[in-house]
Design a protein around this ligand. Structure first.
Ligand code: FAD
Length: 378
């Protein structure tokens, strides 16, 4: 049996996008997924934000590439990603918020974003109301990014996986990686729970998100300042139509809102679930569900009467100490790369990360856009 040149661990958006980028370039790829495609943070109901607005500045070069890639994907993958450039608003209520936000900071943020390829306008309240007529009294302005939008994360991940398969990639689901053989500073093979051993021709890509820190610790002796969280997402049904039309974020409240195509609204933005050790999965916490809803209703009064249809906190995400990912060679290893620590915003940049990773493993040259994400920065 020929050994695959590239072995990828993890069948979320990052693993599947990388598999497609490599297979599309004619490379042999094996992707191993512990469960099913999009069973982690890249799956579940609703949509994910594709947002440049108020993103960490170190991620803006990747976001610029992502803005270029997203509109092309449905056609290139041959399946609908649900990508829509709805425009995104970061709502502002206060004169200042800490040291980085509020009305006084809006112009500076807009200027930096514009300089870095994220078109941004500062809108006063009357202009915000033209875009979002149902907003509450407290909103005094917004940062508006017309290129921001949303996509269907499950559909996009499945589309990457199907297109990768069509290009010859082998994707094995229900195949958790349980061992990595490292010898002479190279990842030589991985083993899966069924006892199979898969040799690695050229490179290993560790893209299993919340599972990556343990895998790196156990098999490479590497510790990253990255941990697992359980983000909470609510699917609510407002009494009439969704009161918002754009991707909505907020300058100081923990709040993210997305109108869904079927008339529902996805409410999230930083609230968490908890781990249920008995069930072996994350679950929603009622106080956090109510807190998230109250916050949403303070911004859109219509959401006070929304019915909660689903509260999901079962999709683990990885967070890093400085809130941007680690995308780097696994320290001490020549041919293994890791991408983890997405800190709740890894979906939007995934096509750009995959493009950069594929370039890196094929040419041996790290793209400049990945230079902020070294493990050594800590
Ligand atoms: C509720 C919620 C809302 C979010 N909103 C946004 C948003 O609006 N915008 C945005 O950009 N991002 C958002 N994110 C973050 C984004 O979804 C994630 O950063 C992204 O999906 C991570 O993709 P991934 O492929 O790295 O990880 P995952 O999708 O978690 O995939 C990792 C895969 O690895 C598998 N795996 C684990 N261990 C092993 C092993 N040992 N062997 C084989 N496979 C293994 C898992 O089963 C999993 O399928 C949100 C996340 C959540 C949960």
């Amino acid at each position: 049996m020929t050994k695959p040149q590239f072995v990828i661990i993890g069948g979320g958006i990052h693993g599947c996008a990388a598999a497609w980028m490599l297979a599309d370039a004619g490379e042999d790829v094996l992707l191993l997924e512990a469960d099913g495609i999009a069973s982690g943070a890249s799956g579940g109901f609703g949509r994910r934000g594709v947002r440049g607005n108020r993103r960490d500045l170190r991620e803006l070069p990747l976001m610029r590439s992502a803005y270029r890639l997203w509109p092309t994907l449905s056609e290139r993958l041959g399946a609908d990603t649900g990508y829509e450039r709805t425009g995104g608003l970061n709502l502002i209520e206060q004169e200042t918020t800490g040291t980085k936000g509020g009305l006084v900071a809006a112009r500076a943020h807009a200027e930096v974003q514009n300089r870095n390829g994220v078109p941004t306008e500062v809108l006063a309240r009357d202009r915000v109301l033209e875009l979002e007529p149902d907003l509450g009294e407290a909103i005094r302005g917004a940062l508006y990014c017309p290129f921001d939008g949303t996509a269907d994360h499950g559909a996009t991940t499945a589309a990457f996986a199907a297109a990768a398969r069509a290009r010859g990639a082998v994707i094995r689901e229900h195949s958790p990686v349980t061992g990595v053989e490292v010898s002479g500073g190279r990842a030589a093979a991985v083993t899966t729970a069924d006892g199979r051993r898969h040799e690695i021709g050229r490179a290993l890509l560790v893209l299993n998100n919340a599972g990556a820190p343990d895998l790196l610790r156990d098999h490479f002796g590497v510790t990253l300042p990255v941990w697992r969280i359980l983000p909470q997402a609510l699917r609510v049904q407002p009494p009439a139509k969704p009161p918002m039309r754009h991707l909505i974020g907020h300058d100081h409240r923990s709040l993210s809102l997305k109108p869904l195509p079927d008339g529902g609204v996805m409410v999230s933005g930083g609230w968490r679930g908890r781990w249920n050790a008995e069930l072996g999965r994350g679950e929603a916490v009622d106080a956090n569900v109510q807190g998230n809803l109250r916050t949403a209703a303070e911004v859109y009064a219509d959401l006070a009467d929304a019915r909660v249809e689903l509260a999901d906190a079962a999709r683990p995400e990885s967070c890093s100490a400085d809130e941007i990912p680690v995308i780097d060679r696994v320290p001490g290893t020549a041919n293994a790369l890791v991408g983890t620590g997405w800190t709740g915003h890894g979906f939007a940049i995934a096509p750009a990360v995959a493009e950069a990773l594929a370039f890196w493993v094929r040419t041996g040259a790290r793209p400049e856009s990945l230079s902020p994400f070294t493990a050594a920065r800590f």
